[in-house]
Design a protein around this ligand. Structure first.
Ligand SMILES: [Zn+2]
Length: 336
């Protein structure tokens, strides 16, 4: 009998608490709504025709809040859309939005690598390929809806350790890293930080009976050009493009890439060495840049011997996420 009474009291308490929370939230919402309208009324931006809309828009601390809100209303964005825009979009994306005709961003607001300039492409590509909204955004950002080697951009910061070099992003033809050093006793050169890390990785390998040595590291733009042309004399263009980068598009020009071979093989790694690299190279800041089954994204066939240095923190995250560097760069490094 007593426990039943206690139960009823408990339920009543919960109900009262929920009512208080709902009242408080409505009160807060009301406060914010009044604020936006009030701020508009006290400014030179107030427009009578938007009086009701202002009441539904949450105040944002964006320093161009009033100006942007009016511009979005002019473009026929609804108050709920405007609230999402201020809550989720970067300043950069908001500025892009103001230069475009109205677009619906439904389902896209919370996608972190959203680039509003691509919104129509996302929708088309998503429907054609039956993808999630997130995957459509990443793949379109990576230009996978286009042919490789089209719409090529020249990389602005080629000396960044996290530089993304692929078939859409080219290094300047005159880019030469300024801190190239030999990797240990080998006459192959890499950037200082990468060379040191590779020496450590090789030393660690030895302790686990994995004997790896470099067979190609830094390559100049001209060397890459000659190499690609040499392959072209032996194979068709389409085939060469699956295994050799065009000049400017090779990671080897960054001084951050190394092709490794088992000391027992001439230009490859054994399956067990590859397994070892997959599970250990990230500890020294390296990733397998062209993994198996990812050629649709990377544009290259599997290259188990090609390591790319990007630093320990990012390498560890990529290892955990098990995604390509192209995807990782778009999701975690690029700013939209
Ligand atoms: Zn390579």
């Amino acid at each position: 009998m007593k426990s039943k009474r206690n139960m009823i009291i408990l339920i009543l308490e919960v109900i009262i608490l929920v009512i208080i929370i709902i009242l408080y939230m409505n009160y807060k919402k009301g406060m914010v709504d009044i604020n936006t309208l009030k701020v508009f009324k006290e400014s030179s931006y107030y427009q009578e025709k938007y009086h009701d809309a202002y009441k539904e828009i949450k105040y944002s601390d964006n320093n161009q809040f009033l100006e942007i809100t009016n511009q979005l209303l002019d473009k026929n964005y609804r108050p709920d859309e405007i609230n999402n825009i201020f809550e989720y979009l970067s300043d950069n994306n908001i500025q892009k939005l103001l230069k475009m005709p109205y677009v619906s961003l439904e389902n896209y607001y919370q996608i972190k690598n959203l680039d509003v300039n691509n919104i129509n492409e996302y929708s088309e590509y998503r429907q054609a390929n039956n993808l999630s909204f997130e995957d459509a955004v990443t793949e379109v950002n990576l230009h996978l809806n286009q042919d490789f080697y089209t719409d090529i951009k020249t990389i602005a910061d080629p000396s960044s350790i996290t530089v993304l070099v692929n078939k859409f992003n080219a290094l300047p033809s005159d880019y030469v890293p300024t801190d190239l050093v030999n990797v240990g006793e080998y006459h192959y050169q890499m950037r200082q930080e990468a060379a040191k890390a590779l020496e450590e990785l090789m030393a660690y390998g030895k302790t686990e009976n994995v004997f790896l040595i470099p067979f190609s590291t830094y390559r100049s733009y001209d060397y890459q050009k000659d190499l690609y042309n040499k392959y072209l004399s032996e194979d068709t263009l389409d085939t060469v493009d699956t295994y050799s980068a065009r000049a400017g598009h090779s990671e080897h020009q960054t001084g951050l890439a190394a092709d490794m071979r088992s000391s027992s093989l001439t230009d490859n790694v054994t399956d067990s060495d590859y397994e070892w690299l997959l599970n250990n190279s990230y500890k020294y800041g390296f990733i397998i840049r062209y993994p198996k089954g990812k050629s649709k994204i990377t544009g290259y066939m599997e290259e188990p011997w090609h390591l790319r240095y990007i630093g320990q923190e990012d390498a560890k995250k990529i290892h955990e996420l098990d995604i390509t560097y192209d995807e990782y760069y778009d999701l975690y490094i690029a700013k939209y």
